[in-house]
Ligand binder design. Structure first.
Ligand SMILES: NC(=O)c1ccc[n+]([C@@H]2O[C@H](COP(=O)([O-])OP(=O)(O)OC[C@H]3O[C@@H](n4cnc5c(N)ncnc54)[C@H](OP(=O)(O)O)[C@@H]3O)[C@@H](O)[C@H]2O)c1
Length: 292
């Protein structure tokens, strides 16, 4: 999965390139968002990143100068069900790549779920305190990545989009539920800052170009409840007769949830000199009404 043809440019790997954000990063690079890099999207078909020998071999052959690491066990439920696997995929794999990349730049995708969600509006210097296994793996990896001077940790929130497999993004899960005739349950008191994955990709390449390092928040400008988000998505699928059942965290049975992990992204908007997109206007302007 190659994005720019020139052989003279340094090589950038985007791992997890068949996933939601990785694919958008490759697409954005193809559209010119990553000048200065020869971008190669790596999928599981290219290399199983959990196989050290296969990774060593590919490193030896290709010697990337930049790795944008999107591969992960990204579903919180899967991490909670198998913490050992979550640790392998979300900690051992990225740290193995970091170790091999002695002189290059490493960009690690982390999450708003490193926070416990007790107050919201988190800035980069707020102390993480994850409440689930997924968040714990992200926070553990962040700490080692950040010990490298030119590494970048991007904490993002719920990403909206259309994935190659049709089931990666939260909105795709909702639509698939409605298509099967079931209602979507949505928390009225759990808050995130959703953003389109295509926007995440463009902002990420701009950040890389700016030379920024350390930790930075990249999310939508609007703090919305899960219920507000579902309601907004539903408006675009009238033909599915989408039903939403409002629920509260007080009724939730299962692994702990973080109530308000909204992110303050002023550092990023200051760095790149423009405001982050608010989700509802973005959706209204970009997503055609589907009649399926
Ligand atoms: N999407 C969001 O809302 C969101 C929010 C906050 C943070 N993030 C973080 O952002 C990053 C990208 O998220 P995403 O939504 O694009 O994730 P995604 O859609 O789940 O994609 C992850 C990709 O990683 C690949 N992968 C996993 N283990 C691998 C391995 N051992 N070898 C090779 N490939 C492997 C998967 O391949 P297979 O398909 O073959 O399994 C998949 O293509 C992740 O770190 C995620 O935790 C995402």
């Amino acid at each position: 999965m190659s994005a720019s043809p020139s052989r003279d440019l340094p090589l950038a790997w985007v791992t997890g390139a068949s996933g939601l954000i990785g694919w958008e990063l490759v697409r954005a690079a193809r559209a010119g968002a990553a000048p200065g890099w020869r971008v190669r999207g790596l999928t599981r078909a290219d290399v199983d990143l959990a196989n050290p020998r296969a990774v060593d071999e590919l490193f030896e052959q290709e010697r990337p100068g930049l790795i944008v690491h999107c591969a992960a066990l990204s579903r919180t439920g899967a991490c909670q069900a198998d913490p050992a696997q979550a640790f392998r995929q979300n900690v051992e794999v990225p740290l193995g790549l970091l170790e091999r990349l002695s002189a290059g730049r490493f960009v690690f995708f982390s999450s708003d779920l490193v926070f416990d969600g007790l107050h919201g509006g988190y800035v980069e210097t707020d102390p993480p305190h994850p409440v689930n296994v997924y968040g714990q793996t992200k926070w553990k990896t962040e700490q080692t990545v950040l010990s490298r001077p030119n590494a970048l940790v991007i904490r993002t929130s719920l990403n909206y989009g259309h994935s190659l497999t049709g089931d990666r993004a939260f909105n795709e899960e909702m639509v698939n539920t409605w298509k099967s005739g079931r209602p979507v349950q949505a928390f009225v008191d759990e808050y995130r800052c959703p953003i389109a994955a295509s926007e995440t990709a463009r902002w990420t390449w701009d950040l890389i170009r700016s030379g920024q390092s350390g930790v930075i928040h990249l999310a939508g400008a609007e703090r919305l409840s899960r219920w507000q988000i579902a309601t907004e998505i539903a408006r675009h699928y009238p033909a599915l007769n989408p039903r939403i059942i409002p629920v509260t965290l007080g009724e939730h049975v299962g692994p702990p949830r973080a109530p308000d992990v909204s992110l303050n992204c002023e550092q990023l908007s200051g760095c790149l000199g423009r405001p982050l997109p608010a989700f509802r206007p973005w959706l209204a302007g970009n997503e055609p009404i589907h009649t399926v």
